[in-house]
Design a protein around this ligand. Structure first.
Ligand SMILES: [Zn+2]
Ligand SMILES: [Zn+2]
Length: 352
């Protein structure tokens, strides 16, 4: 390891403008006292990254270094760091928060008023090495490989979403949208004791993957969602509905198919102003909740579920792309939307 050497260079991918990724050689950053240096192994590409690639992410400016779903090996630790050693396998919680606003001071730092997320408003991890505050690291079990490690972040999104509800134990859960987040919300709900979990989705691939992960399915292209709900859950219908798409149509739908007294959790990132039937919300006495990102507890919860063998991550990976071909990840996603679920970038092409 040449980690101590100053001016050691590393590869870094920079998105200079929407759709254009440039590779540059930059200095490997030095480790501060409370920081760790990590050697990035895999990076997951997610829906928000795709928005950045299309210039449609409202809170990202260019140039930007992407990469917020990663798995890495620790190569160096600062002198005040405890509990993390070189060689540990880690993932990083990519939020940078102010520590001073109302949410930060009241246990809700994940919705900090000044929230910055690595890969969007601050430098992401699309580089060989990254230096980060040690308290942002979650140590991953040895049993997880680095591809799975890069998916602990989206699993933490799912764990957080399920935890927005007091309990899912014994309940009927409907997930609208079977992409990586919807799938993981479904798997997390099941792992937390939901009686029946059903995913509604249009894409054949995503329906197949949901089935592989032990979830019930409704092909909403062929079956009316309300009928699918009756088929799976009977008259009791869904107790909890997780909306994991974020489109106007599915957000409105998540309210319309709700049973009286049920809960709707909006997990999908909604970019438009959506018309929903608030009369229905009132009359059906629905509970409508939002879910945004996660806290470190949710990363721990994700690792706990993985250790218990309750989550299938591998089935979600449809494509692997070497780091040097980063842009190919986006063209695959753009051209084969229905087939692709999770694209994983490999820093070392030999690991593909
Ligand atoms: Zn993401
Ligand atoms: Zn704050």
């Amino acid at each position: 390891m040449n980690d101590g050497v100053k001016n050691m260079k590393m590869r870094q991918a920079v998105m200079t403008e929407p759709g254009n990724i440039l590779f540059r050689k930059v200095d490997v950053p030095q480790v501060g006292d409370r920081q760790i240096k990590i050697n990035i192994k895999n990076i997951g590409v997610c829906g928000s990254d795709i928005h950045v690639n299309h210039g449609k992410h409202p809170y990202t400016s260019y140039p930007v270094v992407q990469g917020h779903e990663i798995s890495a090996e620790v190569t160096e630790v600062g002198k005040d760091v405890e509990g993390i050693q070189p060689g540990d396998k880690v993932t990083i919680q990519p939020q940078v928060v102010c520590g001073k606003c109302f949410p930060c001071l009241n246990g809700m730092y994940h919705v900090c008023e000044e929230l910055k997320v690595m890969g969007f408003q601050t430098t992401g991890m699309a580089s060989d090495y990254f230096v980060v505050d040690a308290d942002k690291a979650t140590i991953l079990p040895e049993s997880l490989d680095h591809e799975e490690g890069a998916m602990v972040e989206p699993l933490a999104v799912a764990v957080h979403a399920v935890r927005r509800v007091p309990s899912v134990e014994g309940l009927n859960v409907l997930v609208i949208g079977g992409g990586p987040i919807g799938n993981l919300v479904g798997q997390a709900a099941k792992a937390f004791g939901a009686a029946n979990v059903v995913v509604s989705e249009l894409s054949e691939t995503r329906l197949k993957v949901a089935e592989q992960c032990g979830l019930g399915t409704i092909n909403s292209k062929d079956e009316d969602l309300s009928e699918g709900i009756l088929r799976h859950f009977g008259d009791r219908k869904a107790d909890i509905i997780f909306e994991c798409v974020g489109s106007n149509f599915t957000v409105a739908q998540s309210i319309e198919v709700a049973r009286k007294g049920s809960t709707v959790v909006i997990v999908g990132v909604v970019s438009d102003l959506t018309e929903v039937n608030m009369g229905f919300v009132q009359d059906h006495e629905l509970t409508v909740l939002g879910s945004a990102m996660y806290q470190s507890d949710d990363f721990d919860g994700a690792v706990h579920l993985l250790n218990a063998g309750k989550i299938n991550l591998k089935s979600l990976i449809t494509d692997r792309v070497p780091f040097e071909n980063y842009a190919e990840a986006y063209s695959i996603i753009d051209h084969e939307k229905d087939r692709v679920m999770k694209v994983i970038i490999a820093m070392d092409p030999e690991t593909i």
